[in-house]
Write a protein that binds this ligand. Sequence first.
Ligand SMILES: C[S@@+](CC[C@H](N)C(=O)[O-])C[C@H]1O[C@@H](n2cnc3c(N)ncnc32)[C@H](O)[C@@H]1O
Length: 345
Amino acid sequence: MVREMKFETDRLCIESWDTALGSEQEKQAFAAELAAILTPPVLKSLPEPMQLADGEAAISDWIAARHAESHVLTIRDGNASLIGLLILAPSGDAEYPPTVHIGYLFSEIVWGKGFASELIGGLVAWYQDLGEGTQLLAGVAHGNVASANALQKNGFKQVPDHSDPDTAMFRKDTQFNFDRLYSSTAHALGAPSSEIVEFFSTLAGDGLRVLDIGCGQGRDALFIARLGHSVVGVDIAPSGIKDLVSAGNRENLNVDGIVADITNFQPVGQFDVLLIDRTLHLLSADNRVAVLRRLIGHVAPQGWVIISDEPENMAAFKEVFDTEEALWKPHMETDEHLMLQHGAG
Ligand SMILES: C[S@@+](CC[C@H](N)C(=O)[O-])C[C@H]1O[C@@H](n2cnc3c(N)ncnc32)[C@H](O)[C@@H]1O
C-alpha cells in the first residue's frame, strides 16, 4: 500500500500490525496478545487456510502466513488492547478498478457490541478519502447474519454472480476523486476516443448545440467546440469545469461550464447532441437509467444521443430507448458505445 493505512473510529484505532512486529521482544508480546484472541469460537468463523496449526510455533507461523498473503492491521480499543485484526488482500497493481478483498476477526469478548459495523464504516471512509475508486469485496459465510448486516449497513450489496453455495460475496465501490485528479493533472483523461472523433467529424450541420454530461476537463467538449459547435459541459468536479472554461476562453470557443450533480441537474432547452462519455457507470444502477431518461427529453428532433460506458450497463440503456422505439433510430452500437438519432421532426 502506498499511503500508510491508519484510521480511527469512535471506539477503535486501526493501524498496520508492522508497528507491533518490530523487535523480537515486541513480536513475542504481540504473539501473546494474538493467542488470547484466536480462541476456538473465533477460529471457527475463519476459513480452513487460516486455522492454527499445533505446536509451539503455531502463532508465529500464523503471523508469517498472513504476512505473506495480505496486509494485516490491528484493531485496538480505547485502552489500546488488541481486540481484533483487519485483513486486506489487494488485487494486482495493474488491475482497474483496484480491488481489495477484506476480512476481519474480533475477539469473542467484544462480539455483539457493533464493532464490526464501526470498523467497516471507518474502512469505507478511509477508501473514500483515498479517492482511487477502489472496489471493496467481502465474502461472508451463508448464515453469518451479523457480518452481512455490518456490511449492508455500510452500503455493501450482495453480488450474486460472485457468490457460491458456501459464501455470499458483498461489494462496495468507493468513488474516484476526479476533482483531485483534475487539480493536479492537466489533460488527465487524454484525447477523445476514436468513436467520438469519428462521429463529430462526420456530423452534418454547423453551430450545433451539444450537451456534454460529466465533461471533466473537456477532452470531448473542447474538441467538439473547435469544430464550430456550442457546448454546455456539466460536471460535479469544480476543477474540471474550471479547466474547461479557461481553455474555452483562451481559444475563444463557444463553451459554457456548469458545476452540478447530474442526478438532479435539469438542463435548460433542447440540444442537438447529448453526449455522455464514461460517466453513467459512476452512478448507481437506478440513477443511471433515471438520469438518462430525464436527459433524453432534452434532445431536439433529429438530434443525437451518444453514450460510452461499461459493456455490462448497455442493456439497461438500450431498454430506455426500446420503450420509445418509434422515436429512436439506432445509428451505431458496440460493446461500449451506443449512438441513436431522434426520429421525430
Ligand atoms: C471518467 S470521467 C469522464 C469525463 C469525460 N466525459 C471524458 O470522457 O473525458 C467521469 C466524469 O463524471 C463526473 N461525474 C461523476 N459523477 C457525477 C455526478 N453525479 N454529476 C456530475 N458529474 C459527475 C466526474 O467528475 C468525471 O469528470
